[in-house]
Design a protein around this ligand. Sequence first.
Ligand SMILES: O=c1ccn([C@@H]2O[C@H](COP(=O)(O)OP(=O)(O)O[C@H]3O[C@H](CO)[C@@H](O)[C@H](O)[C@H]3O)[C@@H](O)[C@H]2O)c(=O)[nH]1
Length: 471
Amino acid sequence: MISLPTVFVEGYSTGVDTGQNKKTARLHMTRELAAIPAVLFSNKHAIDPATHTHTRKRTPPPHRTARRAARDPPPSPPYKISANPRVRRTGSPPAAAPPPPPAMANGGGGAGNGEARKAGAGASVLVTGGAGYIGTHTVLRLLEKGYAVAVVDNFHNSVPEALDRVRLIAGPALSARLVFIPGDLKSKDDMEKVFAAKRYDAVIHFAGLKAVGESVAHPQMYYENNVAGTMNLYAAMTKYGCNKIVFSSSATVYGQPEKTPCVEDSKLSALNPYGTTKLVLENYFRQVQAADPELRVILLRYFNPIGAHRSGDIGEDPRGIPNNLLPYIQQVAVGRRPELNVYGDDYPTRDGTAIRDYIHVVDLADGHIAALEKLFATPDIGCVAYNLGTGCGTTVLEVVKAFEEASGKKIPIKICPRRPGDCTEVYASTEKAKKELGWSARFGIEDMCRDQWNWARKNPYGYSGDADEKN
Ligand SMILES: O=c1ccn([C@@H]2O[C@H](COP(=O)(O)OP(=O)(O)O[C@H]3O[C@H](CO)[C@@H](O)[C@H](O)[C@H]3O)[C@@H](O)[C@H]2O)c(=O)[nH]1
């Protein structure tokens, strides 16, 4: 007997959402909850016996020894993930999960499609904030790689339609391995219910707020969402024996970099409350991991994610006036804004505009897969940070030119004073990720602009398509 959906209704919270968001989320929640049992029952693989057992086990092991036992079943003999000799063995098997489909569909790129299964493949992954921009692209890649995925999201800065699009791209077979759970990380109750209902082998943690200006105006909101929310998540993870997490950090932790490229062991600092929450959470994970050596943590420091899945069906859909460069350019290109403000042309760079390391969101999604595989394959990894960038710096005017070429649209610009808090130049050292994760970016700025334009062209007003709601 499976009793999944109702528990999430009771604990559902929209947190800081507007009334409209609450309405949308609730409407969708009803739709999702109606859909969940159908999905679960229509596919006998969607719930596995181990999961079911765990669902009924409401009282977690109270002390550390029991917790360890719950996390890591007996290590001997070594668990063999695949018959393929290239696949590493670890002492901790991934929990039983629906078998991955034999073929991968609609790949976001070439990396790994059809390749041998890696450590952790087929495992069950909880993705917080999986309906967001980077979240949707990563969820799609996880499905394509054969993982079973549960998304928990409160739609604060995303919409249900985004997950519907992921399902559309993934196709019915892969989508049967995707479950949505309405929930808010600020609610301890929600987190408790998420983990009590099912065993997860790992978590990819995207959920959080990310607008610099908003964080200056509402620091309390940022600490509550990002810091307290993560603490609730980790408390539930540890209680239910989930010991692997990939955390969305940011290049913002390099503050005003003293030198470029930014290497992972550079001095860290924060320039605003948003950046501080990322810094605090990096330290938090280092400290909780030091106290709990079985915890495996990878901190991924994103540089500037742009672009979209090549289908043009998922992409970035910011609420209100975009803060970031590419969403703004895209809105100029489709006629929603008259011109782009270029913040500063007096930087000491080749054309006077600031330099950033733009990375294709599909490359970023692949970076998460690489990080996850690393976590599954490395029991003693501890807590490690990796940059996810291309290692190439591009100026604002170079981005504008690349976008104009990709779209065939003229982007009118207006030179404005520098934006407070912006730095001259930020780009990544990519050596560590390449060496230790076996990951490096494959796409260049032309690819990123092409895919961004394809998304914009197909969805000029984002997922809702509603011009009135948007401007
Ligand atoms: O309308 C605009 C928007 C941006 N810019 C410039 O474009 C560059 C990139 O800006 P933006 O896209 O806002 O990215 P960043 O300020 O580099 O910050 C992003 O990248 C950081 C990591 O490096 C993350 O921490 C932040 O959350 C994320 O917003 C900067 O020089 C901006 O001044 C403009 O000229 N006009």
